[in-house]
Structures are given as C-alpha cells and as structure tokens.
Design a protein around this ligand. Structure first.
Ligand SMILES: [Fe+2]
Length: 266
C-alpha cells in the first residue's frame, strides 16, 4: 500500500497521473485537510437527528472475547498519554507515536477544522502488551495499526467521520477498524454512532462500524477510565475466518484462554 501511495505522490510531481490516481490524490488531499464539511459531503449518512436508519444509526456487534488482560490494565492506564485532535490525526505511523506539527501549522488547521487544539479527547497507549498483541493478531489484518484508547473521565471525542483511506485508497471497502472493549461499561461512558447511543457493553465485546459514512463520538462522564483496543487494517481471508469463529463462539473462550498459542493450530 505504501508503494501505491508513493507512486501517487510521485506521479503528482511528474504529471503522469491516471484518472484513478487523480481521484486517489484528491481523497488524500481531503484527508490531509480533514474537516467536518469535507467528510460530511463524502458520507452517505442522512444527518437527520430525528431519523433512525438501521443501516447507519448502529454499531455492529461481532462477538466477545473472554477478557485475559485484566493484569495489564493498571499499567496501560498509567502509561497512556493524553493527545490532542491533531496529534491523533498525525500519529499515523504504525505502532509508534509520530511527531506533532508545528504550532503555526496547528493554528492554521484549527482555523480549517474548528477544533480546539487545547482539548484532549483521549489518552493513547502504543505499548501493546503480549496478551493484547495476541488478541490483535487474531484479527489478521494487513498493515495493522493497533493502539489502546484510554478515555479518562471528562475527556470527549466530538462527532467526526474517520479518514482511513490511506490504508487502501483504491479499495476503501477493504479497510476495517475493530474496537475491543477492555473494560466493562459504567454509567457515564458513551459511544454514539449516528443517532444510536451505544452503552452497556462488557469487557471483551468486539464491534465494528461503517467508518466511511457514520459520524461517531465518545465521551467519558463516568468515574473510571474507558479502555478500548482499536485495530485498523486491511481485511484478509484469515480475518473473515476469525470473524466467523468469533460470531459462532459465545464467548470466544477456548482459544483465547491459551495465550501465546496460535489458535489456528489447535
Ligand atoms: Fe473515529
């Protein structure tokens, strides 16, 4: 994928772009200027606050994994670092934090996005402990980005639409973002997908949503951190095989109770 992206950037310079590459470049440029108006225009969502469309006003529940990471939670929370909107968008290098942009760039982008760069929507941890690496590997996505969101009480992720096109600009349908709840829901924890308010989850619940279209937000008005493992990447045949097993095993316990063993070999 990186090659593909490099090719697009190169051809932009040498002026030999194909129509597909021109389209992809526009998508990447829009992504760079990520703002509500642009993403809203691209989305198929209805944006009617009084409508409930089952296609978009929902989160898709894929099954549950028996929690096996409780011993790591305290350390994960302790090591997580707060990030601004811009840092979140910019920290796209895989599994390690990137650098924030200059103050001048941030000010310019704040003007575009209307986002207040003094706010911290969440804490992030890029240190994935072995047991969560094992969980992440089960999803078998290509070009995997795994990171842990630790949303502390009072942190708010305002409504937005994800921009994940850089994973595969020519086939965005192949890109998936999975969320695995690492902590139980508690009153005051919120996730909204369109007009659907998602609450009441259990640690281990796995969800996915239509990232290309569904505006979403999260908030922690509770008293404990809300911790989620987020896995982003390109779906493979192994991903689909795992999701079938996840759906049919409630909860997905037999393989995960033997950490560090490849469940496919059992
Ligand atoms: Fe998002």
């Amino acid at each position: 994928m990186k090659k593909n992206k490099d090719r697009i950037i190169t051809s932009h310079i040498d002026g030999t772009m194909t129509p597909d590459e021109k389209k992809a470049t526009l998508v990447l440029q829009e992504q760079a200027n990520n703002n509500w108006d642009t993403t809203r225009r691209r989305s198929k969502y209805h944006f009617d606050p009084y409508m409930q469309d089952p296609l978009y006003d929902t989160v898709i529940q894929l099954g549950s994994i028996v929690p096996c990471w409780q011993d790591n939670l305290e350390q994960i929370i302790l090591e997580s670092k707060r990030v601004t909107w811009q840092q979140l968008a910019h920290w796209r290098t895989r599994n390690e934090p990137g650098k924030s942009k200059s103050k001048k760039d941030l000010a310019a982008e704040e003007h575009i996005t209307g986002r207040d760069e003094t706010l911290y929507p969440t804490n992030l941890s890029w240190k994935i402990p072995p047991i969560l690496q094992y969980v992440s590997d089960l999803f078998a996505v290509d070009d995997c980005m795994a990171r842990i969101h630790v949303q502390m009480p009072s942190q708010v992720f305002n409504m937005h639409i994800d921009q994940l096109y850089s994973w595969n600009i020519t086939n965005p349908d192949s890109i998936s973002r999975f969320q695995i709840a690492l902590t139980d829901w508690e009153p005051g924890h919120f996730c909204s997908y369109g007009n659907y308010l998602y609450t009441g989850w259990r640690a281990g619940d796995v969800t996915i949503f239509d990232w290309q279209n569904v505006p979403h937000s999260t908030a922690n008005a509770g008293r404990s951190p809300r911790v989620t493992l987020q896995i982003t990447g390109i779906e493979t045949e192994q991903t689909r095989e795992f999701l079938r097993k996840l759906k049919n095993s409630k909860p997905f316990v037999n393989w995960i109770s033997k950490p560090y063993v490849d469940w496919r070999s059992i």
